[in-house]
Design a protein around this ligand. Structure first.
Ligand code: SF4
Length: 434
């Protein structure tokens, strides 16, 4: 039997899809790259923006057509489009066989005839390793209820996995060739508060640090208020933990942050960035920003613009606000910023950030950086070129001889706002001989 999984959205969705794939593999199924010929097609969806949801809806339309041509296969929808109640979805898409909330794979398994998986089947199923890098969820769900966000309603409250279970999974990944592990949580520093001994993310990183074969750890996504000095110290002290932080700020204006119910002020956010930079001057910090949130005035937007100028992030993921049914903002605030204004603000941020990223990246010129090789990609002239990421998570293309999983020292010869280009210097630390 064959399955096909289509995934959009965040890294947590990617990890969920891999977990489902690992379970199906264990049952003797095999994965195919296209829906054609599959016995099961799963769409792992995202609801964070209307655009992401529309992509899933159009995929569903294509699958309906494929069925109409006589193909016989089951269709499952999982991820953040699926809430606790599925009546509406069932009405809109009556041809779908299963709707599954994030990480609840049971409805999918039932649709393909596995009614009783046993209580240990999914908890002991680890994400499968396909490359030298892997995502490992450590805390599921979110308790923060930011007014624009659907995640807490779809993924539930924060639930941390036990340290032993995570250790076992990371050791298993190391044994199958993974060299870099990114620990995932919607708010990753919330890890542990619900466990008996209340370990924090720093304690977990210290536990995992001695696992042979893993050369690097990262973690995503940070929540400014939960990020403590203790955690920052662990990152600074542990050699395998990369100096890379993604800390969504969402707005540079305290009034907007309050309407978003983000739970911190710009002053607190700035303190965290300063603390990181004082302990790790070489750290890369990226952020997420929403423009055009309900009632955002020109002046409030200007505060976001000025904050980016001031804090000089390595990268900004900027999005125009998109009203999502089911959120607090949808019920209580008005999505009153015209589309053109949102887009104009978005472009201003993109332009500003391109300049900042170009300046920061040009600082790598003639420097030697450590790159974990992920694979090869064709250059514009068609020749294959190695690529990977440095410790600051910057994409590096380079010439040299190395294999995926090798750690290579690369001298940077060219930079752009989006990537670095260079050549390998010295021998690679081969994955197999480390
Ligand atoms: S912290 Fe806010 S934005 Fe992030 S997942 Fe939780 S509710 Fe959504």
């Amino acid at each position: 039997m064959q399955y096909h999984i289509w995934t959009v959205g965040c890294q947590m969705n990617v990890a969920d899809s891999k977990k489902l794939a690992s379970g199906l593999d264990k049952l003797g199924w095999s994965e195919v790259g296209e829906p054609e010929g599959a016995d099961l097609v799963v769409l792992n969806t995202c609801s964070i923006r209307d655009h992401a949801e529309q992509r899933a809806v159009s995929k569903l339309g294509a699958l309906k057509k494929l069925r109409g041509k006589g193909s016989d296969f089951k269709i499952a929808v999982m991820g953040c489009m699926v809430g606790p109640r599925t009546d509406d979805l069932q009405k809109r898409f009556p041809y779908v066989d299963a709707f599954a909330q994030p990480q609840n794979f049971d409805p999918i398994m039932e649709a393909i005839g596995y009614d009783e998986m046993g209580g240990e089947f999914w908890p002991s199923m680890f994400v499968r390793a396909e490359s030298p890098t892997a995502y490992v969820p450590i805390v599921h769900g979110c308790d923060k209820f930011c007014t624009y966000c659907i995640v807490p309603y779809r993924r539930g409250r924060e639930r941390s996995r036990a340290v032993d279970e995570i250790y076992e999974e990371v050791a298993h990944l190391a044994a199958t060739g993974v060299r870099e592990v990114t620990l995932l949580g919607q708010t990753v520093e919330a890890y542990g508060h619900d466990l008996d001994e209340q370990p924090d993310l720093g304690d977990l990183l210290r536990e995992l640090h001695d696992i042979d074969g893993i050369a690097r750890f990262r973690f995503l996504t940070s929540y400014p208020k939960d990020m403590t000095e203790r955690i920052i110290d662990a990152v600074a002290e542990l050699p395998k933990v990369c100096e890379y932080f993604n800390i969504p700020v969402q707005s540079g204006d305290n009034g907007v942050l309050e309407r978003m119910a983000r739970g911190y002020t710009i002053e607190l956010y700035r303190e965290k960035v300063d603390l990181i930079r004082s302990k790790m001057p070489d750290a890369a910090i990226t952020t997420d920003l929403i423009v055009g949130f309900c009632g955002e005035t020109d002046q409030e937007f200007q505060h976001s613009y000025e904050l980016l100028e001031e804090l000089q992030f390595d990268k900004v993921h900027v999005a125009a606000y998109s009203d999502r049914p089911g959120t607090i903002a949808h019920r209580k605030l008005e999505d009153d910023i015209p589309h053109e204004t949102k887009m104009a603000r978005l472009h201003r941020i993109e332009q500003l950030e391109a300049g900042i990223s170009a300046r920061i990246n040009s600082g790598y010129l003639a420097r030697e950086v450590e790159v974990l090789v992920e694979g090869t990609k064709p250059r514009p002239d068609g020749a294959e070129q190695l690529y990977g990421r440095n410790r600051q998570n910057k994409l590096v293309h380079f010439a040299g001889a190395a294999a995926p999983g090798d750690l290579v020292t690369v001298c940077i010869e060219n930079t752009s706002p989006w990537s670095l280009v260079g050549a390998a210097v010295g021998a690679a630390e081969a994955a197999a001989t480390r």
